[in-house]
Write a protein that binds this ligand. Sequence first.
Ligand SMILES: [Cu+2]
Length: 326
Amino acid sequence: MQPTWEPASGSGAALIQELSLTLYIGCALIFVFVMVLLARAVFSGPRTVRPRRWLAGGGLVFPGVVLSLLLVYSLAVSGALANFSGQGLFRFLLDCISGSSRSLAASAERPLRVEVTGRQWWWQVRYIEDGGGFELANEIRLPVGRPIDLVLVTDDVIHSFWVPALAGKVDMIPGRVNRLTLKSDVPGEFLGNCAEYCGGQHALMRLLVVVEPEADFARWREEQSRPASAPDDEFLALGRDAFFRARCGECHTVRGTSATGKEGPDLTHIGSRKTLGAAVLDNHIGTLGGWIAGTQAVKPGSLMPDTRSLNGRELRALSAWLENLK
Ligand SMILES: [Cu+2]
């Protein structure tokens, strides 16, 4: 489930929900007010009214004041979303009024930058760091309470990045670079989905955003930066050999080996990921084997072909090796 009405606290989605609620409640109050006037007009019999007063009051002053307030308010919310640096809306308004540059200062010290590329039908995720960084797929991790800047691009057609509990939709358009800041003040796993039809498996193009305590995030980041470790027993070595014999390396990269393919997700730490195939399957040794042997059954039309060239033992060894790439 990806409900829009349960935003994570401190996220952009929470600001959007605040704005929507204000609009819904405001509209409802005005609707009730107009209906009361209507009922009075219908049921209270003839009386004299002062048309000028009603025209000027109800037709000019009231909408003028209400719409101006709403305009200022919605601009402030958009501003807060664009400059998202974790402070509340009230703080942001104060900053605007006092001309303080606090929000700019805060955005300058944001260290985390992640490039997300939409691909048919999965998400390529690159953490950009001094001296390289690392790559994974369909999973973005961030520490609680700290914003991360996403750079959203596409490799093929238009996609749209949407994690309802964290932020509004942002399209990924060929030839353009869009940006989005994610932040959450609570830990958790938040499911997202591509929100712009992009071909056959659009509905199975999902992703997981994992918000975790700073220490867990730091450990994860450290592990992801390392190359894959060498297999430490015979069975795992058989799995690694099967990987190269089945030519998986032509499409997949495993850092620390000779596999440098770019067509599919980086598998250097596939064992540490929570899902497979763009958050379609939970990730464990069973689903790994099933995915490899029956990709087209799980995700028909996926750009990864079924692998039929391995025998049962090789398939189990290959799955075990991948599961061990933590
Ligand atoms: Cu799509």
